[in-house]
Design a binder for this molecule. Structure first.
Ligand SMILES: [Zn+2]
Length: 283
């Protein structure tokens, strides 16, 4: 059979370009862009842990890159330790175990995205578990029903969450989608607390209301950037790579004279292998 026919027969095994297969072993972890990608080696967020619980107990889409799952768990625990009288962070969808399209989301395909419901209180400021995806207005209030029941954005806890995520060296926050109204409340609070200006600047940069989807007035959508080492295993895109994120190690540049000396050297000569070592049973 000709090599050309063999290549054509092998095409269905390869699948689409950019998908990890035994024929593309270099692609692993988070692969592709958040709107068109897959993942391998994902870990699943437990149903509950210190300071958090899942919105869907039995959902199948709680798989993310190990560092994202770790960072979210750690942030929830940080907030819990600072505000031990609070209610847990309620965590929505990550991605499917092997990535790809999941219901209700365009992104969330590569283990780099997760939805985090806002911490809320009663209008009197008593912490309460998030009842779900409830739109919050510019005063932080969200209407629960027609009986006059409201919830309110818990600004200190949500700011503590943002801060923990931004300060975690395990991840680089690429986006933390939230409505302009929520962002304003959080940034005003951070400024009033005299938080470090570089932290406030980072928060203002990543807290964005997306133009092409819901305004995110009922939850955060966290996306982490590709780590430099993930870039060589298939991770790409998803948004800007902010200047404060770790830069990929640069290749050392050689002095032109050194390069010229190397180029002038004679090519190495290899001794031919002894015939005995090529023979069947040879050493
Ligand atoms: Zn989302």
């Amino acid at each position: 059979m000709s090599p050309r026919i063999l290549a054509l027969l092998a095409l269905p095994l390869v699948g689409c370009v950019g998908t990890p297969t035994p024929l593309a072993p270099s692609l692993r972890g988070t692969v592709g862009v958040p709107h068109h990608g897959v993942q391998t080696d994902a870990v699943e967020l437990p149903v509950a842990g210190l300071g958090f619980e899942r919105y869907r107990k039995k959902g199948r889409n709680h798989w993310g890159t190990p560092r994202l799952v770790s960072a979210v768990s750690r942030a929830a625990a940080d907030v819990y330790r600072q505000f031990p009288d609070g209610q847990p962070l309620v965590i929505g969808d990550f991605s499917a175990r092997h990535g790809g399209k999941i219901p209700g989301h365009n992104s969330h395909r590569t283990g780099r995205d997760v939805d985090l419901l806002y911490y809320v209180t009663t209008p009197r400021g008593v912490p309460r578990r998030s009842p779900g995806f409830v739109s919050l207005d510019s005063d932080g209030l969200g209407k629960l029903n027609d009986d006059g029941d409201f919830i309110q954005l818990d600004v200190p806890r949500n700011w503590a969450l943002v801060k923990s995520l931004l300060e975690n060296p395990e991840i680089g926050v690429q986006f933390l989608f939230a409505s302009h109204k929520v962002e304003t409340l959080l940034i005003d609070y951070a400024l009033a607390r005299q938080e470090p200006m570089d932290l406030v600047y980072r928060a203002q940069t990543v807290l964005l209301e997306p133009r092409d989807s819901a305004p995110h007035d009922d939850h955060f959508h966290l996306r982490v950037a590709c780590a430099p080492e993930e870039g060589v295993t298939g991770c790409t895109g998803g948004g800007p790579y902010w200047q404060w994120l770790p830069q990929a190690p640069s290749t050392p540049t050689l002095d032109p004279e050194v390069l010229a000396a190397i180029a002038a050297e004679d090519p190495p000569v290899f001794e031919p292998l002894a015939e005995a070592s090529l023979a069947p049973g040879g050493a």
